[in-house]
Design a protein around this ligand. Structure first.
Ligand code: PSV
Ligand code: MN
Ligand code: MN
Length: 389
C-alpha cells in the first residue's frame, strides 16, 4: 500500500482537448452527440475527468483548434482556467493543416512558408508564456511521398534553423518538445521519423529542447522502453503521448491492446529513479471515435495509474541481484510478478482516503454528466460536420 501510495501521490497525467472533440479516421467519422465543440466544453469535460480521478489538472491545447486567434485568445483561456479549475497544459502549434503545408512546414523548400511556420511556433511559445504553461509540443508532420521529389538533406538544415529560432524565443523555464513519427501523413520519407532525428534536432536547438515519445509512433517490432531508457540516460526525455495501437498510429485508449508495453515503459522510468519527476510530462494523446469521450478518458487515466503502480511494485533490489547473476527465469518472474498483481483494491483505498470516488468510471455513469451534455450538445453537433472544433 505504501509503495503504491508513494508512486501515485506524484503521478499526474495531462489530457488532450482533442480527446473530447469529434474526431475521425481518414475515411470518415461517427459523430457523438456529447462531443465537445467549443473550448469551454473541452474545459468542462476536463474538469469532470479531474473531479473523478484527481490526477488530471492540465489540458493540452492545440493552437489552431483551441486558440484560433493565437495569443489574443490567451485571456479567454485564463478565464476558463479560473472557472473550471483546470490549467492549460502543453501548447501544440499546428504545422499540418494549412493548405500551404502540402510540401512541409518548417522543412518546406519555400522560405516564406518556413518563415510563417516558424512564426506560428514562436507565437505558440508566446501563448504558452501568456497562459503560464511550460511546454510547447511540436509535431512536425513534414515529409514527402515519392523518392527524389524533396531534398532530405537540405530539409534537415531548414528544420535546424527554424527550431533554433524557436529556441531563441523561449523564456527561461519553457521547454520545446520534439515529437517523432515514422510515417503518416507522408508515406515515403518523414523529416522527423525517429528518436535519433528528434534527439539531434533537440540538441542542435538548445538546452531547453527535449524529445517527446508518442507510444503510437513506432514500427511494430521497436523496443520502445529501450528508447525511453536511452533518452532518460541522456537527460533528453521531455514527455510522452500515451495511446495504444494494434497496427500503426491507431490512437486507441491507453493500455487497451498491450498493457504490458506500458508497464515496461514505466519500469524504465522507476528504474532510473525518474518516477514522479516533473521533467517528464505524461500526456494522453488519443482520439478514437467509438468509445464515449469521457468514458474513454477516465478509462485511460485509471489504466495509466494501475500500470504505473504495478511498475512501482517491482522488487528492484531483488531484480538487480537476479539480473547480476543472470538467473533468467527468476528475473523474468520477479518482473512479471508485479505485473500480475491486482492493484485495483489498493487504488480504491488510495482514492477513498483522498476524497475521490473509488471507481471513477462507475462514478461517471452515476453522475449523469454524459446524459446532461448529450442533451445540451445534441442539436448543435447534429448540424456540425467539421472534424475538429
Ligand atoms: C500526430 O499523430 C499526433 O500524435 C501529434 O501529437 C498531434 O498533435 C496529435 O497526434 C493530433 O491528434
Ligand atoms: Mn502525439
Ligand atoms: Mn499520433
Amino acid at each position: 500500500m505504501e509503495q503504491i501510495s508513494r508512486a501515485l501521490d506524484t503521478f499526474q497525467i495531462e489530457i488532450p482537448s482533442w480527446g473530447f472533440a469529434n474526431t475521425g479516421t481518414r475515411f470518415g467519422k461517427f459523430q457523438q452527440a456529447a462531443a465537445a465543440s467549443t473550448i469551454e466544453e473541452k474545459f468542462a469535460d476536463a474538469a469532470q475527468v479531474h473531479a473523478l480521478t484527481g490526477v488530471t489538472p492540465t489540458l493540452a491545447l492545440h493552437v489552431q483548434w483551441d486558440l484560433p486567434q493565437g495569443v489574443k485568445d490567451a485571456g479567454a483561456i485564463k478565464a476558463l482556467e479560473a472557472k473550471y479549475g483546470i490549467r492549460a497544459g502543453s501548447i501544440n502549434p499546428n504545422l499540418f493543416q494549412d493548405q500551404e503545408y502540402k510540401f512541409g512546414s518548417i522543412a518546406n523548400p519555400d522560405p516564406a512558408i518556413r518563415e510563417r511556420a516558424t512564426s506560428h511556433m514562436i507565437e505558440s511559445a508566446a501563448i504558452a508564456a501568456a497562459v503560464g504553461s511550460r511546454d510547447i509540443s511540436l509535431w512536425i508532420a513534414d515529409g514527402s511521398n515519392y523518392p527524389g521529389t524533396q531534398s532530405i538533406s537540405r530539409r534537415i538544415g531548414w528544420m535546424e534553423e527554424s527550431l533554433s529560432a524557436l529556441h531563441a524565443a523561449l523564456v527561461p523555464g519553457q521547454r520545446m518538445l520534439v515529437e517523432y513519427k515514422p510515417f503518416e501523413p507522408a508515406f515515403y520519407h518523414t523529416d522527423v521519423a525517429d528518436w535519433g532525428m528528434a534527439l539531434e534536432l533537440a540538441r542542435s536547438a538548445g538546452p531547453q529542447a527535449r524529445v517527446l515519445v508518442d507510444t503510437g509512433h513506432h514500427y511494430q517490432a521497436q523496443n520502445i522502453e529501450q528508447i525511453v531508457a536511452w533518452l532518460l540516460h541522456l537527460n533528453a526525455l521531455g514527455g510522452f503521448h500515451f495511446n495504444d495501437r494494434r497496427f500503426a498510429d491507431d490512437d486507441l485508449t491507453l493500455g487497451s491492446i498491450d498493457p504490458y508495453q506500458l508497464f515496461r515503459i514505466f519500469h524504465e522510468i522507476h528504474e532510473q529513479g525518474a518516477g514522479g519527476s516533473a521533467d517528464i510530462a505524461f500526456m494522453i494523446d488519443q482520439s478514437h471515435n467509438i468509445k464515449g469521450k469521457l468514458e474513454a478518458m477516465v478509462q485511460s487515466v485509471v489504466t495509466a495509474q494501475e500500470l504505473y503502480a504495478k511498475a512501482a511494485l517491482i522488487d528492484r533490489p531483488r531484480l538487480r541481484e537476479l539480473q547480476d547473476s543472470s538467473r533468467t527465469v527468476e528475473a523474468e518472474e520477479c518482473f512479471r510478478d508485479a505485473f500480475w498483481q491486482d492493484v485495483r483494491p489498493t487504488l480504491r483505498d488510495w482514492r477513498r482516503t483522498r476524497g475521490l470516488p473509488e471507481d471513477p468510471l462507475a462514478a461517471l455513469r452515476e453522475s449523469g454528466y454524459v446524459e446532461r451534455i448529450t442533451a445540451e450538445r445534441r442539436e448543435r453537433n447534429a448540424k456540425s460536420i467539421s472534424t475538429y472544433a
